[in-house]
Design a binder for this molecule. Structure first.
Ligand code: NAP
Ligand code: HSE
Length: 431
């Protein structure tokens, strides 16, 4: 039985896990696809680095061409990250009729459509399950498991690093910088963690999810993004006091033909299905018109969980090879993209303000909300250390984004308002 030969681009956190799973689960892979899997070559940057996995030094190379142009390699697993050079490597590999498995959401969010078209034109598979929510089979869940349904809402905790940080800050009172360092050491964070903490990594994943789930080409620029760097200890504590948990949430919502996609730190009611998803775990809540509510939960980052998704894609390619149906699964989006206007996006909001502690100020604030027909669900007022100031915390009922932005700008202009300390979207009702 001839082995299927695999070339690996990258041998870091995910690449090491891939090599371990291919070695340790060889019997299972053989049983599923009927032939052995052999790692033929591995691209790395530093040939002398100590590796997390036993690998023959002769398999390592610093030259991508040794893999991309290698006639003995059938399938390329891209786990090196990066965008422009990686895109060129993969386009060349597809032109050379290599099937691709990638974990690279940065690349898929920007160039997924181009790469999938190139794959289909070359009769190749291009699978990217690990690019969203690590070890959770969410893309297959949408593309296969829910293929017959019409998806209307996806809400996800899709970044392990920020979920780890917010969990530790909220439950243990840990400092942001300390927990970010831990998340980096545990292999959850990107090589530059800015994309994790500023929400860009989650936005890339939401663009991929929305494109697949709504069958509409949602681009990264269509996703409104806010990260967790501005989240304070006070916000977490006030959230708790009102019955909410802070999470970095991706929301993709379709109403009629129009969609909204966003990523932001949001306060979730403690009873919300996503509120109990902690540490590096991810979860994606999916609502389909026919199926109703479903929830996909699991480890969203880390070596072996992510590698599980990568190797499952590898099995998918190998099964297709046996059936001779590679390159047939990429379906182009069915619907033209239509984005909601801010006047069509509805939510509740949490707002924390420092205002002058004077007679009539509260009335001035509430009249701004009334002018926009937005009513208030919860109100707290407490003195602050700075003399003559009060802290006001509000949770609104449903408001359009347009009205809420107008309210914020009127509040900024109000002389009695010293600072708008924070503002978050709210999902569900707290206590
Ligand atoms: P990583 O630990 O930084 O590993 C990257 C690997 O690629 C390293 O082996 C590195 O070589 C090699 N490499 C990078 N640039 C290269 C270049 N220009 N030429 C040759 N080799 C190069 O990254 P990772 O965490 O495994 O992530 C890999 C990919 O998976 C990324 O796209 C990431 O977004 C995605 N992903 C990661 C996770 C996770 O939990 N870590 C989860 C889902 C998806 P050296 O080892 O010699 O430096
Ligand atoms: N840095 C990413 C995260 C890795 O923390 O979720 C998984 O995509």
């Amino acid at each position: 039985m001839e082995a299927i030969s695999v070339g690996l681009l990258g041998l870091g956190t995910v690449g090491s896990g891939v090599v371990k799973i291919i070695k340790n689960h060889q019997d299972k892979l053989m049983h599923q696809v009927g032939c052995p899997v052999e790692v033929k070559k591995v691209l790395v940057q530093d040939l002398n680095k100590q590796r997390e996995v036993d690998i023959e030094a002769s398999l390592l190379t610093g030259s991508p061409e040794e893999i991309i142009d290698n006639p003995d390699i059938d399938i390329i697993i891209e786990v090196m990250g990066g965008i422009e050079d990686t895109r060129k490597h993969l386009l060349k590999a597809l032109a050379n009729k290599k099937h691709i498995v990638t974990a690279n959401k940065d690349l898929m969010a920007l160039y997924g459509s181009e790469l999938l078209t190139a794959a289909s034109e070359n009769g190749c598979d291009l699978f990217y399950e690990a690019s969203v929510a690590g070890g959770i089979p969410i893309l297959r869940g949408l593309a296969d498991g829910l293929a017959s349904d019409r998806i209307t809402k996806m809400m996800g905790i899709v970044n392990g690093t920020t979920n780890y940080i917010l969990t530790k800050m909220s439950q243990d009172g840990s400092a942001y910088e300390d927990v970010l360092k831990e998340a980096q050491e545990l292999g959850y964070a990107e090589s530059d963690p800015t994309s994790d903490v500023e929400g860009l990594d989650a936005a890339r994943k939401m663009a991929i999810l929305a494109t697949l789930g709504f069958s509409m080409k949602v681009d990264l620029v269509d996703v409104k993004v806010k990260g967790i760097t501005g989240v304070t200890e006070e916000d977490l504590q006030y959230g708790k006091q009102l019955g909410y948990i802070m999470k970095l949430i991706g929301i993709a919502h379709r109403e009629g033909e129009k969609v909204e996609v966003s990523v932001q730190p949001a306060l979730l009611a403690e009873s919300h299905p996503l509120a109990g998803v902690n540490n590096e775990y991810n979860a994606v809540y999916v609502y389909g018109e026919a199926v109703g509510e479903t929830m996909f939960y699991g480890p969203g980052a880390g070596s072996l969980p992510t590698a599980t998704a990568v190797v499952s894609d590898l099995v998918g390619v190998m099964k297709n090879l046996r059936l001779g149906v590679n390159g047939k699964s990429a379906v182009s989006p069915q619907y033209p993209k239509k984005l909601k206007d801010p006047s069509e996006i509805y939510s509740k909001y949490f707002l924390r303000l420092h205002v002058k502690d004077e007679v009539g100020v509260f009335g001035e604030l509430t009249s701004i909300f009334s002018k926009h027909s937005v009513s208030l669900e919860k109100i707290l007022q407490l003195p602050v250390e700075e003399k003559g100031l009060a802290e006001i915390v509000l949770v609104t009922h449903q408001s359009s984004l347009k009205d809420y932005e107008d309210i914020l700008s009127s509040l900024e202009d109000l002389p009695a308002v010293k600072t708008i300390e924070s503002s978050y979207r709210v999902e569900g009702s707290g206590s």
